[in-house]
Design a protein around this ligand. Sequence first.
Ligand SMILES: NC(=O)c1ccc[n+]([C@@H]2O[C@H](COP(=O)([O-])OP(=O)(O)OC[C@H]3O[C@@H](n4cnc5c(N)ncnc54)[C@H](OP(=O)(O)O)[C@@H]3O)[C@@H](O)[C@H]2O)c1
Length: 242
Amino acid sequence: MRVTLFGASGLLGQDLVQELKAEQLTALSSKDADLRDHSRVRDVIRDSRPDWILLSAAYTDVDGCELNRDLAFAVNCDGAINVAEAAREAGSRLMFLSTDYVFDGSKRSPYQASDARKPTSVYGESKARAEERLLEIQRGSPTFARDLASALVQLCRASARGIVHVTNAGDCTWYEFATEIVRESGLPTTVQPVTTAEFPRPARRPAYSVLSPDSLHAYNVRMPEWRDALRRYLGSAAALKS
Ligand SMILES: NC(=O)c1ccc[n+]([C@@H]2O[C@H](COP(=O)([O-])OP(=O)(O)OC[C@H]3O[C@@H](n4cnc5c(N)ncnc54)[C@H](OP(=O)(O)O)[C@@H]3O)[C@@H](O)[C@H]2O)c1
């Protein structure tokens, strides 16, 4: 399988590069191709002739997006459209990485891929707009790092179409997550919870952003539980140190 990956230098992109070792991969950072440069994007896609394009590149600084709305839309929406148009011209399939921030977090049950988008931040807005525009051009899919990379490649192999939610299984609060990290690491410290109001940030985050895995399970792809993912992450981090 020939794959062209935008965002190869990012958190997820680096894991995708590992996951795609056996494939014919063209891995691109912003220095290789800026999403905003339509002709450059078209050239790299025409030259690499991919079966699949994985669009992991984005302006992901959620708070920065609040201050730089034009940049957020130029990269996350218009840049994604550049890739989608070039993908259509080249006959390549596109997998677009979206975000749970396209939802407002007011639900108290897991979000379905079909739920209405209601972003509360510029970042979420730019991604939601990209989803809408890309669905008019090609099919895409939203997401989450190492487990995610594995699931994304399974979806490619399963010829996935439409919007697919991918996260580790189960859910927790930031406090529960921090507590579990400290417990698993055996650190002699305790974590004190704070409310969102006590930790103000420029961008509003969804209070509830659990995504239903139904659309992923439809492809027989299962994600491990988040505590299991955390244990494996801490194990690999410890192995790197020793
Ligand atoms: N991490 C999360 O928690 C999370 C959650 C939900 C959704 N997502 C989505 O998942 C995807 C991957 O996220 P991530 O955490 O891996 O992001 P990241 O670590 O911030 O990496 C961003 C990547 O995008 C590239 N990039 C930025 N601006 C670009 C531009 N103008 N043109 C071309 N490339 C550009 C960066 O390249 P340089 O290194 O060259 O700048 C980098 O490779 C994104 O689409 C993000 O919205 C992430």
